[in-house]
Design a protein around this ligand. Sequence first.
Ligand code: HBI
Ligand code: FE
Length: 293
Amino acid sequence: MADSIRMKPPKNRYLDKPRNEDWTLDQDWKTYSAEEHDRWNRLYRRQRAVLPGRACEAYLKALQALELSESGIPHMGRLSDRLEKLTGWRVVPVAELVPDDIFFDHLANKRFPAGAFIRPEAEFDYLQEPDVFHDVFGHVPLLADPVFSDFMQAYGQGGARALERGQLHHLARLYWYTVEFGLIREAGDLRLFGAGIMSSPQESVFALEDDSPNRIGFDLQRVMRTRYIIDDFQKSYFVIDSFEDLLETCYRDFGTVYCALRNAEDIEPHEIIPEDAVVSYGTQAYFQEKKRA
Ligand code: HBI
Ligand code: FE
C-alpha cells in the first residue's frame, strides 16, 4: 500500500511553480542540478556533432553569436540580453505548452516561450513536450536571424486572427512544416532549419538523407491542408528557398487563403498531389517496416 501512495518525483518541477498571467515564470537558474547541466552538455555535444553540413548556415552562425555551448543549461535572461541586441527578441521561461492565444501574443511581441525544465534521463532521446533543449537549442538560434525572426513575429500576429476565424489548425500546420520540421535550399543542397529536426540526432539524418520521406517544394496552401504526425518522423518534409520567401508568404492576405482552404480537402502526410513541386519521392519504407514490426 505504502508504495502506491509514494509520489513519483515530478518529471517537471516547474509545473508546481507559481506563474504569471502570461504563463511565464522564474527560471530559477541556480536550482538546476549538476546532473541537469551535464544532461544539457551531453545533449548539446551529441547534436552539435551531427549538424555541420546539415544545419543551415544561419543556424550555425547563431550558435556562435549567442554563445550557446556545452557549458550547462543557458540562463535565459543572459541569453536574451545577447539575442535582444541582434533582433530584439527575448526568451521567456515557461513550465509547459501554453494556451494558443498566450503563445501567439508572446511571439507577436518578440518573446519566445521556452520550457525551463530539462527532459529526464529516461527520455534522453525523445520527449513529446518541448523542454529547454528542444526550445533553446532547437528554436532560439534562428531568432537571431532578422528575416526568420520577423516571420515568427508575423506568425504570432497571424495566430490571433486564425483563432478568431477558427482556423488555427491550418496555421498550426504552417508552423509544424516550417518552424518545427522545415528544410531549406542552400549551396545547391538541402539543409535543416526546423527546430524539431535540429534537436533530434536521428531525425537530422533521416530528414536529409533517408529515402523514406517525400521532400516537396513549400507552398503555403498545400502545407496548410497537410495533416502531420506528432510522435514520429515525418512522411513528408517541405523545402523553402529562403527565409525571405517564407516571410513573404506571411504578408499575403491570409483571409483569401483561409477562404480557399474552407472547402479544400485535407492531404494525408504521405500523399503527393499533382501540383506538387517534388524534390524527391519517398519510399515510405520507414513506416512500412514499422507496420511489419
Ligand atoms: N506553447 N510553450 C509553447 N511552445 C509551443 O511551441 C507552443 C505552445 N502553445 C501552442 C503551440 N505551440 C501551437 O499550438 C501553436 O503553434 C499553434
Ligand atoms: Fe517546438
